[in-house]
Design a protein around this ligand. Structure first.
Ligand code: G1P
Length: 291
C-alpha cells in the first residue's frame, strides 16, 4: 500500500461570502486570533505525516505565498531588536514543509481545481484539505483518515452528521456502517435539496483520494452551481473502487461563513493560556450587560 505523502489545498475561491474583506485578500488569510486559517490547515497536514503540499491559488493570493516564504527584512529586524521568540515563530513558518504553488486560471469549481494538481500528485493516493473547514481535535483530522486508509486502502472521506436543514450546503454521503465511525460509501450527492438528501452525513473538507480520480475529473461535466464538482467525480470513483467515509472526532468550524469564523475566533481565544482569563471575563460581562 502506497503511503499518503502529498496534500493538496485548494485556495482559489473568490470568497464572496466574506466580502468586502476578500476583495483584495484571500479568505484563507483570515486570522483565527493571530494565525491565518491556512497555517492551521498546513500544520494539520504536517501533523498527519504529509511531506509535500500543493496550494492551488487564484488571483490576489500573493499574501499566501509570502506568508510561507522567508522574510529576510522582518527576520533581521526581529534579530536586531532581540525579539527571539517572535523570530523563532516567523522562521518556523517558512521552515514548515515543502510548499508548492500553482494557479487555477479560471474559477471553474473544486473538481477543476483538484485536476490542476495532477502532475504534482502523479500515481499516488493524496490528501485534500479545504481551507474553509477548520478542525480542532486531539488527533489531527487528516491523521484519523490516514488510519482508516492504512486499514482498508481505497479513498476515504471525512464526514460528520449535520443538522437536516443544512445538508443542502454540502456533499452528502450514503453508506453502510462497517465500524463504530466507518462507513463504506454507496452514493454521493453534491448539495442535495433538503427533501431529496439520502442522509444528513456531510463531507467536511477532508479527503484521501486515489489517483484514478484524475481521469474521471477530466470527463466530469459541470454540476451543482454550474461548477465541476469533486463530489460528482468521487461518485463515479465510488462505483468502480473502494471508498470509505469516516465520522472524524473533533470540532469543525466553517470559517468561510461569518458565524463560523466568529465561533472559531472566540473558541480558539478561549483555549489560549495567554488570553483565556481576561477574554472570558470580558465576554461574560459583555453578555451580562446585554441581557
Ligand atoms: C465543498 C464541497 C462539498 C463539501 C464542502 C465542505 O463545497 O463541494 O462537497 O461538503 O466543501 O465544506 P463548498 O463549501 O466549496 O461549496
Amino acid at each position: 500500500m502506497k503511503k499518503v505523502r502529498k496534500a493538496v489545498i485548494p485556495a482559489a475561491g473568490l470568497g464572496t461570502r466574506f466580502l468586502p474583506y476578500t476583495k483584495a485578500e484571500p479568505k484563507e488569510m483570515l486570522p483565527i486570533v493571530d494565525t491565518p486559517t491556512i497555517q492551521y490547515i498546513v500544520e494539520e497536514a504536517l501533523g498527519s505525516g504529509i511531506e509535500d503540499i500543493l496550494i492551488i491559488t487564484g488571483h490576489n493570493k500573493k499574501s499566501i505565498e509570502d506568508h510561507f516564504d522567508k522574510s529576510y527584512e522582518l527576520e533581521s529586524e526581529l534579530e536586531k531588536s532581540g525579539k527571539t521568540e517572535m523570530l523563532r515563530q516567523v522562521q518556523a513558518i517558512s521552515n514548515l514543509v515543502n510548499i508548492h504553488f500553482i494557479r487555477q486560471k479560471e474559477a471553474k469549481g473544486l473538481g477543476h481545481a483538484i485536476n490542476c494538481a495532477r502532475a504534482f500528485v502523479g500515481d499516488e493516493p493524496f490528501a485534500v484539505l479545504l481551507g474553509d473547514d477548520l478542525v480542532y481535535s486531539k488527533k489531527p483530522c487528516l491523521a484519523q483518515l490516514i488510519d482508516v486508509y492504512k486499514e482498508y486502502g481505497g479513498s476515504v472521506l471525512g464526514v460528520q452528521t449535520v443538522p437536516h436543514a443544512e445538508i443542502c450546503k454540502y456533499g452528502c454521503v450514503a453508506g453502510e456502517k462497517i465500524g463504530e465511525r466507518t462507513y463504506t460509501v454507496c452514493d454521493l450527492v453534491e448539495k442535495p435539496k433538503i427533501d431529496e438528501a439520502p442522509t444528513d452525513v456531510a463531507i467536511l473538507g477532508r479527503y484521501i483520494i486515489t489517483p484514478e480520480i484524475f481521469d474521471i475529473l477530466s470527463e466530469t461535466r459541470p454540476g451543482a452551481g454550474g461548477e465541476i464538482q469533486l463530489t460528482d467525480a468521487l461518485r463515479v470513483l465510488a462505483k468502480s473502487g473502494k471508498m470509505y467515509a469516516y465520522d472524524f472526532e473533533g470540532r469543525r468550524y466553517d470559517v468561510g461563513d461569518k458565524e463560523g469564523f466568529l465561533e472559531a475566533t472566540v473558541e480558539y481565544a478561549l483555549r489560549r493560556d495567554d488570553l483565556k482569563e481576561k477574554f472570558a471575563a470580558y465576554l461574560k460581562s459583555e453578555i451580562e450587560g446585554r441581557l
